[in-house]
Design a protein around this ligand. Structure first.
Ligand SMILES: O=C(O)CCC(=O)C(=O)O
Ligand SMILES: [Fe+2]
Length: 275
């Protein structure tokens, strides 16, 4: 198994087949996951049952409350865009399930149907972004907590409900909020990480909306600089495994008229403590 840093975030793991890896390789993979928080794999043979088996070897599965699940398994979420559909899932920067009290640890995404071109996924490295924050911003956000929600996306009249993605979504009654520290101590690496994201963070606890908006926008402008982000181009057999506590991602929606289907399994995490 070989682990090579990828652009500005994450690493490519080669010489490893996820479906047949040994327990020793699994330990190495855990270490790489803790170090990089974002791993890319090529040329994998990972049919749904092997996708599930890999997920269960690594952690315990948690099911998304809103996405349709695959006919292969109720534990596999479909990230689907039909040929005639305009809106895609995850088209803006976010991290998965930050609206839960105990957010998901990671997500394992497997390519099933890809457009001829386009449909890359972009990632951001929130540990590196935190480290590089100007010290006055670090001081400003120390000790803050933020409210994360899904109501504005998946609730009645939520953003996604007003698009042609709605047919693929359920769980309108399962919306809710959670609060988390703005700077968390990563549960495994111990690193300080900026834990707010454009998709789900709505405001800082105890702050008004406009004040929150201004600081969130400042933080987001910092994170989305090229030195903290990268783009991954999917090929048949590609798999990506990201840590939701220290990355953001967004799926490019630049392949109108073509279908794209990904299978996602999400792994359960632990409560997040302030750094
Ligand atoms: O389709 C993608 O590339 C990513 C979509 C997404 O946000 C997810 O699977 O969590
Ligand atoms: Fe996502």
């Amino acid at each position: 198994m070989q682990v090579s840093p990828f652009k500005n975030c994450g690493a490519v793991v080669s010489n490893l087949q996820l479906a047949t890896m040994t327990d020793t390789e699994l330990v190495e993979l855990r270490n790489a996951f803790t170090e990089y928080g974002l791993l890319f794999f090529r040329d994998q043979d990972l049919p749904p049952q092997e996708h599930l088996r890999f997920a269960n070897r690594f952690g315990s599965i948690v099911v998304n409350k809103f996405f349709k699940t695959s006919a292969d398994s109720p534990q596999i979420a479909e990230v689907r865009k039909e040929k005639n559909q305009q809106t895609n899932i995850g088209g803006g920067w976010h991290t998965d399930h930050s609206y839960d009290d105990i957010p998901a640890m990671g997500s394992i995404l497997v390519a099933r149907t890809l457009p001829k071109t386009g449909g890359d996924t972009q990632f951001a490295n929130l540990a590196a972004a935190y480290d590089a924050l100007p010290s006055d911003l670090k001081t400003k956000i120390e000790g803050l907590r933020a409210i994360h929600s899904n109501t504005h996306l998946y609730g009645e009249n939520g953003l996604y409900r007003l698009t042609d993605l709605n047919e693929q979504l359920g769980g309108m009654d399962r919306v809710g909020d959670a609060t988390h520290p703005v700077v968390i101590k990563h549960p495994e690496s111990g690193r300080k990480v900026l834990y707010v994201n454009p998709g789900h963070t709505i405001q800082f606890e105890g702050w008004d909306f406009a004040e929150s908006r201004a600081l969130l926008d400042e933080l987001y402008a910092h994170v989305t600089q090229p030195q903290f982000t990268c783009s991954f181009n999917w090929l048949p057999g590609s798999v990506t495994f990201w840590d939701n506590r220290c990355t953001w991602h967004q799926a490019n929606n630049d392949y109108q008229g073509q279908a794209r289907l990904m299978h996602r399994i999400t792994l359960a995490g632990s409560a997040l403590d302030a750094a």
